[in-house]
Design a protein around this ligand. Structure first.
Ligand code: ATP
Length: 298
């Protein structure tokens, strides 16, 4: 699958603060990629670097397999700051001004207004818009020219629940049309609901990345028992991904550091001549995983 963005070993320091620390990640075409981390973890700094608003101290990045260029910039739309438009002008005129700045014609304006659900309000002044509508207009503006990638920094910050729902639906709608989306968020729930992939940042460092569905499927541990507990305890240590174990006379709790399928685990013991009398799996939610990662790296 085509790599849209490739970040290699980027670091950015502000005086004593290491805002981004040796960050590498790849975003592929069609992904909804979440950059998840608490406040101050380096999300905005990362987005600002890949949008060339600031320079990194070291490292590099490529858009669409090449160094950033005028051509690649035209393929990227972004909403990094809170929406800022002329208050006394309606969205059509505001978008015409944006189109002029971006050197685009006006033919796309109706499309982006319809897509963001603002077409019916196209004659209202910007200042009469709710905060949610303002945010959607910012997205509409970023979508002018139909970019291949849309970058959003904390798109639901400050919105009420209805506004949040609107923006999330909109993001999924845009993703459904094939646009690659990169979202910075401190909200797990948001990433779980709308992202296909996630990179977790803490203190500027990437702790983890992968498919959201796989992160959700990570099994923390299995509880196992067999008639011959001693054989079980020995055998489990040789299972690929084995991490540690809490021994017990009747049951053992086994921790793995990779995704384990219970049927394969069961088969493995069977092949070793061990019949399990009990197997139960404890799944870890992304939230637990995220909190553990932050805790471990505090
Ligand atoms: P938030 O969600 O709070 O915006 P973030 O994950 O986007 O957080 P950044 O805004 O990238 O994090 O900030 C990362 C670190 O760099 C923070 O410690 C922040 O204080 C620091 N930082 C960011 N910009 C500057 C700047 N212009 N000058 C000095 N320090 C900065």
């Amino acid at each position: 699958m085509e790599t849209v963005l490739s970040i290699s070993n980027i670091s950015k320091r502000y005086g004593k603060i290491q805002a981004v620390n040796d960050l590498s990640l790849d975003v592929k075409k069609g992904q909804v990629f979440g950059i998840l981390g608490p406040n101050g973890s380096g999300k905005t700094t990362t987005l600002s670097i890949i949008l060339e608003l600031i320079k990194s101290n070291s490292g590099s990045f490529q858009w669409f397999g090449k160094a950033p260029s005028n051509e690649s910039r035209k393929r990227i739309g972004s909403v990094i700051e809170s929406p800022n438009f002329f208050p006394y002008l309606n969205p059509v005129i505001n978008l015409k001004i944006v189109a002029d700045i971006k050197d685009l014609d006006y033919t796309d304006i109706d499309r982006v207004l319809k897509l963001t659900g603002l077409y019916d309000r196209r004659k209202s002044r910007f200042k009469t818009f709710s905060f949610g509508m303002k945010q959607r207009l910012a997205v509409a503006s970023a979508l002018l020219g139909n970019p291949d990638v849309l970058i959003l920094d904390e798109p639901t910050n400050g919105l009420d629940p209805q506004g949040i729902a609107h923006i999330r639906e909109l993001i999924l709608l845009i993703a459904g049309q094939g646009t690659t989306i990169i979202i910075a968020s401190h909200l797990l729930d948001e990433v779980q609901k709308i992202c296909s992939h996630v990179a977790v940042l803490n203190k500027g460092r990437k702790l983890f990345d992968g498919k959201v569905s796989e992160v959700l499927a990570i099994s923390d541990s299995f509880e196992l028992s067999a008639r011959n507990m001693e054989a079980l305890t020995q055998a489990v240590k040789s299972y690929p991904g084995f991490q540690s174990m809490t021994p017990g006379d009747e049951k053992i709790q086994v921790y793995f550091n990779e995704v384990i399928r219970p049927d394969e685990l069961n088969q493995f013991f069977f092949q070793q001549g061990i019949s399990l009398t009990h197997l139960s799996e404890r799944k870890r939610s992304l939230e637990q995983h995220f909190l553990e990662l932050l805790h471990d790296n505090a």
